[in-house]
Design a protein around this ligand. Structure first.
Ligand SMILES: Cc1cc2nc3c(=O)[nH]c(=O)nc-3n(C[C@H](O)[C@H](O)[C@H](O)COP(=O)(O)O)c2cc1C
Length: 186
């Protein structure tokens, strides 16, 4: 089937290496529009987006979440942390953080839908991305308020999800599809 949306969905990958090339303001505007165009329960649009190009802040957050992760058993953290130079943001030139008030029961789901809109928009524009849950751990310790303030979270909001975006510098195969996840009820 010749369908640009399906082609974009099929071509998207999680990219974990990026060129230093900045994401332009025009590209950023299109990514934010794709986010805001997402559906949400009762059209609440619970997300707030923090646009981060500040590498020093990302570096600080990476250091803090590494410290949090290293307090856990090795089996409870990604094996990627075995590499001391591992950067959870993969040195992407742009990271978007989605925050929302957790008291609304659809916040996490709506943010997940919105972040996928961003990922597909990025792919359609020749950019790469990776959705990031791991930055949550940067907010697990004593620096939570400092980072929430630095990111401009609105009162009552907490981290929901992030997405790193840039010109990809890696190649990745499509993920293998697990079988048995569909039931046909006639
Ligand atoms: C909610 C969510 C959180 C994720 N968090 C991370 C993360 O913190 N770091 C990372 O490298 N990949 C993360 N990923 C990417 C997944 O590992 C990836 O989507 C999966 O392995 C399938 O690969 P693909 O995206 O290339 O199809 C996350 C994906 C989702 C949907």
């Amino acid at each position: 089937m010749n369908n640009a949306v399906l082609d974009t969905i099929a071509a998207r990958r999680s990219h974990r290496a990026y060129e230093a090339t900045p994401v332009t303001d025009k590209q950023l505007d299109a990514l934010l529009k794709a986010c805001m165009d997402a559906p949400s329960a009762v059209n609440r649009q619970p997300w707030h987006v923090s646009v981060v190009r500040n590498q020093a802040l990302l570096h600080e957050m990476n250091a803090e979440l590494r410290a949090q992760m290293m307090q856990r058993e090795a089996s409870e953290r990604s094996p990627r942390f075995a590499d001391p130079s591992f950067d959870v943001f993969y040195h992407a030139p742009l990271v978007l953080f989605l925050s929302a008030n957790p008291d609304w029961r659809y916040s996490a789901l709506d943010c997940g839908i919105a972040v996928q809109n961003i990922a597909l928009a990025a792919e359609s524009m020749g950019l790469g991305s990776v959705i990031l849950g791991m930055p949550r751990d940067a907010f697990a310790g004593s620096r939570r308020e400092e980072f929430e303030k630095a990111l401009g979270f609105l009162p009552g909001e907490v981290f929901q999800i992030a997405i790193a975006i840039g010109v990809p510098a890696d190649n990745k195969d499509a993920h293998p599809v697990h079988e048995g996840h569909v039931s046909y009820i006639d």
